[in-house]
Write a protein that binds this ligand. Structure first.
Ligand SMILES: [Zn+2]
Length: 491
């Protein structure tokens, strides 16, 4: 009966966010161990949900669920957070000998101590479990990877889909390969070939466009050479790491030359499409103007520069300032600002109360000053919901309260939340008291996952670029560790 340990430590660290990520971002969200893991993740379309389903189909395997911790993308982990979480995992792993280990990681973990922290994780895990215990890892497609990292685990499988609708499938594939490795059926070898660029994720969806082609090419090459896995990693543009940039990761059964051949062919296809991923975007004012002249709504104006799924802080005011300056005549809404103090003030004042407020620009003046406004409190809620959209389906969410503030004199509603949370799910807006169907324009901090959820809700989605920690044009950001040979740092 194979004894398998399962653990998760998933976070994407934005080097350009002014706010380090505290332990509370994990302990207040995905933070489970032991039986809590199966209760929390069973039936969810996540890696751990996929692993639970896989193991329940194999009564002969004995799973032990160690610490599972995950938090939305945000700034680099604050000092000590890495040791606190990883320490629990290594303590659990050290307790006995395992027949197999599965880790659910992100791949762009970036901490106060380590800029390529996933390498540190697999290195230390290997040292604990020994060379003979098969180790499988799953990564997000936005992992920044390196050959040093590829040489350590037996199996690494990355998401193939962006938006990430294949989290559970990724774990299933990793565990299928792990099982074959445990049985001695395969001898995986992995080769990484790096692309020539750090790529922004905005036009890198795999549902359409150049990266949809790359996804298909990867599947074709994998099949043609009989590779165990071939993942085109897009990398995470906002992690300043020695592993920064896009890459192809090929895993072959015992044949390193074949893995190199597959990865090289895939990277050529990625490099060829690179120009299609760098475009000129409208400013916030241009995007809002275009949306307001449209005959019919609702239209979404999307600011990915403060997208919480890419390390945004829920605080940059540029898009709201542009919406107010445009003086809309039709119903509009802005989502969102993370501001617990303002939320408490609105709660204390109650529905219908009139307040003078400062919106955004609370955490840093780097991306613009706060917007001063007079508002009435239009809606209050506890901010709790269960994801009903195609991403994180079935997983619970808690905004720690939320409020809708309605501007006096303009048809603009502003959503305020108690934590910084992505806007991916329809129920995010429901608990915010915002009826998307009734809007002419939604100005929203979001990116590609939003498109997966709301493609049928909006008549059009307009991407803009504004100042923020995940700005589309990152070429002028102060990269220190990333290779300067990578486009667009070469500009
Ligand atoms: Zn991702």
């Amino acid at each position: 009966m194979p004894d398998i340990a399962i653990a998760r430590f998933a976070h994407e660290g934005n080097s350009f966010s002014p706010i380090p990520t505290p332990i509370e971002c994990f302990t207040g969200g995905e933070w489970q161990v032991g039986d809590g893991v199966t209760k929390y993740y069973r039936g969810t379309k996540t890696e751990i949900g996929g692993a639970i389903a896989w193991l329940e189909r194999r009564p002969g395997w004995k799973p032990t669920y160690l610490r599972c911790a995950g938090a939305p993308s945000s700034g680099v982990l604050a000092p000590g957070v890495f040791d606190r979480i990883f320490g629990e995992i290594t303590t659990g792993l050290s307790k006995r000998r395992w027949d197999a280990v599965f880790l659910s990681l992100h791949g762009s973990l970036n901490t106060a101590e380590y800029t390529h922290a996933d390498l540190e994780i697999v290195r230390r895990v290997r040292a604990i479990i020994g060379r003979d215990t098969p180790l499988a890892v799953s990564f997000d497609l936005h992992a920044n990877v390196s050959q040093a990292e590829a040489d350590i685990p037996d199996i690494v499988v990355g998401y193939k889909c962006h938006p990430h609708t294949d989290m559970a499938e990724t774990a299933t594939k990793a565990l299928d390969l792990l099982e074959r490795r445990v049985k001695g059926e395969i001898k995986p070898v992995a080769v990484i070939v790096r692309a020539d660029a750090i790529i922004p994720s905005l036009f890198a969806r795999t549902t359409d466009g150049p990266m949809a082609e790359v996804k298909q090419i990867a599947a074709d090459i994998e099949k043609k050479y009989g590779l165990l896995d071939l993942t085109p990693y897009q990398g995470y543009a906002y992690a300043d790491s020695e592993a920064a940039g896009a890459s192809a990761w090929a895993t072959a059964d015992g044949d390193r030359a074949l893995a190199l051949k597959g990865a090289t062919e895939l990277v050529e296809a990625m490099n060829k499409r690179r120009p299609l991923l760098f475009k000129k975007l409208p400013t916030a004012a241009e995007g809002i103007a275009r949306a307001l002249v449209a005959a019919q709504g609702p239209i979404a104006v999307i600011d990915s520069a403060d997208h919480t799924g890419a390390g945004g802080i829920g605080d940059t005011p540029g898009l709201l300032a542009a919406l107010i300056a445009a003086k809309p005549a039709k119903p509009t809404a802005f989502a969102f600002f993370h501001d617990p103090d303002l939320l408490a003030e609105a709660k204390a004042a109650g529905i219908g109360a009139r307040l003078k407020v400062r919106l955004g620009g609370r955490l840093t003046p780097l991306f613009g000053p706060p917007v001063e406004a007079e508002v009435t409190v239009g809606h209050l809620s506890d901010g709790k919901f269960t994801n009903v959209g195609p991403v994180y389906t079935g997983l619970g969410a808690d905004l720690k309260g939320c409020a809708r503030l309605d501007l006096v004199g303009l048809p603009i509603s502003v959503m305020i939340t108690g934590i910084c949370h992505d806007t991916t799910d329809p129920d995010f807006f429901r608990v915010g008291g915002i009826d998307l169907e009734k809007l002419a324009v939604l100005a929203v901090k979001a990116k590609n996952q939003f498109r997966a959820s709301f493609g049928s809700t909006f008549r059009e989605m307009i991407d803009i670029d504004a100042p923020g920690p995940a700005a589309y044009d990152f070429s002028q950001f102060p990269f220190k560790k990333a290779p300067k040979t990578l486009y667009p740092l070469t500009r």
